[in-house]
Design a protein around this ligand. Structure first.
Ligand SMILES: [Zn+2]
Length: 261
């Protein structure tokens, strides 16, 4: 049996377990013999991940849930394959993620970024169950509270387990956030609300979907909130910006006429 490398009691992360980078963070939460996965990553790592789980002596038939934090290709490309290999599990995600997965939406999920020559497989899948704000997922005696935290994309979920927050693509240890892109359904004011909610929560640790876990740091969250608040008024963020104060200044100057001084 492979030694289980728990990050926190009841929580294993598969990149840490493998001691190498597989892709996005894949969290295995367990109690007794029951377990679930939050995200699965790309299809080509699915069999390695499931093999590691088997070697850690988790019964494959006891996978209760395969959860999608959201429907980006780097988080869910392998979900259909994992569902085949773990037929007793229930696949679940936000209704918006369910729609993108069922439709095989290649643009919103980043499977297709034509301008950068990116075009990868995005297997379609009908999720078994949709989950949303206020729902709970049970695993043994543990309960995960489901939060809807839109901003990075419409169907982004976060999960609270006691003092741990599985925070998806909301914020990483360096203060970066999941990318902001109009074609991805990003919404900066909603993103700020999600970050404020995380800042004001009683969670002590954030377990993001990329990179290492980190202790919740309200100064880091605040500086990220302020950065995104600035984005609301910058042309850099195109149609994701709320306004552009320079245009109002220009209107005034157009009325007054240009003076080269
Ligand atoms: Zn991501």
């Amino acid at each position: 049996m492979l030694e289980r490398l728990e990050l926190f009691p009841h929580v294993i992360e598969m990149n840490y377990q493998a001691r190498r980078r597989l892709g996005c963070c894949v969290y295995l939460i367990f109690d007794g013999t029951d377990w679930l996965l939050i995200d699965i990553g790309y299809e080509d790592t699915v069999t390695d991940i499931i093999e590691l789980i088997r070697q850690m002596d988790f019964p494959l038939a006891n996978c209760r849930y395969l959860v999608a934090t959201h429907a980006d290709v780097d988080h869910v490309q392998g979900l259909a394959r994992a569902a085949e290999l773990l037929p007793d599990s229930t696949t679940c995600g936000h209704p918006d993620a369910a729609r993108l997965l069922a439709e095989g939406d290649r643009v919103t999920t980043y499977a297709e970024i034509t301008a950068q020559g990116i075009s990868i497989d995005m297997p379609t899948l009908e999720l078994n169950q949709t989950i949303d704000e206020g729902d709970r997922l049970s695993i043994g005696e543990l309960e995960l509270d489901v939060w809807h935290t839109p901003g990075h994309t419409v169907g982004q979920l976060t999960f609270q387990l006691g003092n741990l927050l599985f925070s998806g693509d909301n914020i990483y240890r360096d203060g970066c956030v999941g990318n902001i892109d109009a074609h991805h359904g990003s919404d900066i004011p909603q993103f700020i609300e999600s970050l404020v909610r995380i800042r004001d929560s009683d969670a002590e640790w954030l377990l993001p979907s990329h990179g290492p876990p980190f202790r919740k740091d309200n100064e880091l969250l605040q500086s990220t909130i302020e950065r995104l608040s600035g984005y609301c008024h910058m042309a850099d963020f195109g149609t994701c910006a709320v306004d552009w104060p320079l245009m109002e200044e220009w209107d005034t100057e157009l009325a007054l006429g240009f003076r080269a001084d």
